[in-house]
Design a protein around this ligand. Structure first.
Ligand SMILES: *Cc1c(COP(=O)(O)O)cnc(C)c1O
Length: 449
């Protein structure tokens, strides 16, 4: 069956229901192929992939090494269930992940996407407290942070804090204990930037002091809250949270779905502060951005609590059909090889530095309230008034206007409300990075004039 491009566009508008998209306004953009950091649409137009195809691409598109890994696995077997059986590729990946993860994470539960990896962590933490050495079935609650984003399934949304997405589903959700977002831009009255870490840790400590007996776990996006608008936490916050959760006997879940796999300049964000969480969620960059796969890593302490005779019912009754899929595992393993072969992490400091230079210039524009960066992950927040940090009304779609303008400069971006996101594949060249940042700058000038 062949169709005209116009037909494809109209089917895309009328049949496909796109994620996080108002279909009444959707303008089709069909990417037919891609190479390196360049996306090519059905008309042959090229765009730099400024947000890594939604934060997941690592080494660029159509990487020969990654393509080959999938082909080779395909000739062996495309899928093997993880319910009571396995395959060598997935086993190798699990071993590789525990070898590179923060010390003490020794077991891997595979799923298919980030939200599922979070659901797994939440359920494991809950069940752990019912069957650990000294059970405490009262520990059923979760502490989460303001504007946190952990995915779109109901458990993940319950701990999530982006009200604009979640409000309508409120009656379906369980209650989480919500602490303020550890923000350094709009600080609470009387709190200085220098005092921010201690302020946020004090909030957590008083919560844990009063309620630790009913709290199963604290869940956090370590170092940077992505969907909140690339909110960079104060230095040392994560290590402080680890210390407090240990002190009060509460598990720590690190959601590294966005920050994992080199995004912050180290393989995992937790490694910046020498933190081992009790549960770590991985997704997005795990397969280099090629195929769906996610993982929840955990400690021997948790694993042990689920062991027993079948009749003791300590089993973790949870699974996803494609969890641990060998094609995904094959490309994930190849992506880790490419990290070594291309010395991806070694090449990052120069790119991080270049991005910082561009952001310093962009920060001086009239309607830029704040620029935030950690590694190759950045947000530029547009405001109505720089002195008061007064936001633009969300429905003015300023962020979207910036991205539309950037498209005219051959750069594809997707904003978070009034925050313009810059998050290219780690393989981006300095030249390409320059072009992305110049397009962002031109877009902001045009959209805030
Ligand atoms: C994207 C994201 C998720 C959800 O991952 P999906 O694969 O989209 O389900 C969870 N947590 C964080 C921090 C994310 O950025």
């Amino acid at each position: 069956m062949t169709q005209s491009l116009e037909e494809l566009r109209s089917w895309d508008r009328e049949i496909v229901w796109h994620a996080f998209t108002q279909m009444a306004e959707y303008e089709p953009l069909l990417i037919e192929r891609a190479h390196g950091c360049v996306l090519v649409d059905i008309d042959g137009r090229e765009y730099l992939d400024g947000v890594s195809s939604l934060w997941c691409n690592v080494h660029g598109h159509a990487h020969p090494r990654l393509n080959e890994a999938i082909r080779q696995q395909l000739d062996r077997v495309a899928h093997v269930t993880s319910l009571g059986m396995s395959n060598p590729t997935t086993v190798r990946l699990a071993k590789r992940l525990v070898d590179m993860a923060p010390d003490g994470l020794r077991h891997v539960f595979f799923s298919s996407d980030g939200a599922s990896a979070v659901e797994v962590a939440l359920k494991m933490a809950f069940q752990y407290w019912r069957q650990c050495g000294v059970p405490n079935p009262r520990k059923t609650k979760y502490v989460a942070f303001g504007d946190a984003y952990h995915g779109d399934t109901l458990g993940a949304v319950s701990v999530g804090g982006v009200d604009r997405f979640n409000e309508i589903f409120r009656p379906l959700l369980f209650d989480a204990i919500r602490l303020p977002m550890p923000d350094c831009y709009r600080l609470p009255p009387g709190v200085t930037r220098e005092a921010a870490r201690e302020y946020y840790l004090d909030q957590l400590e008083s919560c844990l002091r009063d309620r630790h007996d009913e709290i199963a776990a604290v869940i956090i996006e370590p170092l940077v809250q992505g969907a909140a608008g690339m909110v960079v936490h104060p230095d040392g916050l994560l290590a402080g949270i680890r210390r407090l959760t240990r002190q009060y006997g509460v598990l720590l879940i690190a959601d590294e779905v966005a920050v994992g796999f080199g995004r912050t300049g180290r393989m995992f964000a937790c490694q910046h502060e020498h933190v081992t969480p009790d549960l770590m969620c991985l997704g997005k960059g795990l397969t280099g951005g090629y195929l769906p796969m996610a993982a929840t890593l955990t400690t021997d302490e948790l694993w042990q609590a689920f062991l027993g005779q079948y009749a003791e019912a300590k089993t973790f009754f949870h699974g996803h059909t494609y969890g641990g899929n060998p094609l995904s595992a094959a490309v994930a393993l190849a992506s880790l090889d490419v990290f070594d072969e291309e010395r991806t992490l070694d090449k990052m400091p120069a790119k991080i530095e270049r991005l910082a230079e561009h952001l310093a210039r962009i920060a001086r524009l009239d309607h830029v309230g704040d620029v935030r960066q950690h590694g190759l992950m950045a947000g530029v927040e547009l405001v109505q008034d720089r002195t008061t940090a007064e936001p633009y009304p969300w429905h003015e779609k300023r962020g979207i206007s910036v991205c539309n303008e950037a498209m005219r400069h051959g750069v594809w971006l997707r904003p978070l409300g009034n925050v313009v996101v810059i998050m290219p594949p780690l393989s981006i060249s300095l030249d390409e990075l320059d072009r992305i940042c110049l397009a962002v700058e031109a877009g902001i000038v045009a959209a805030t004039a």
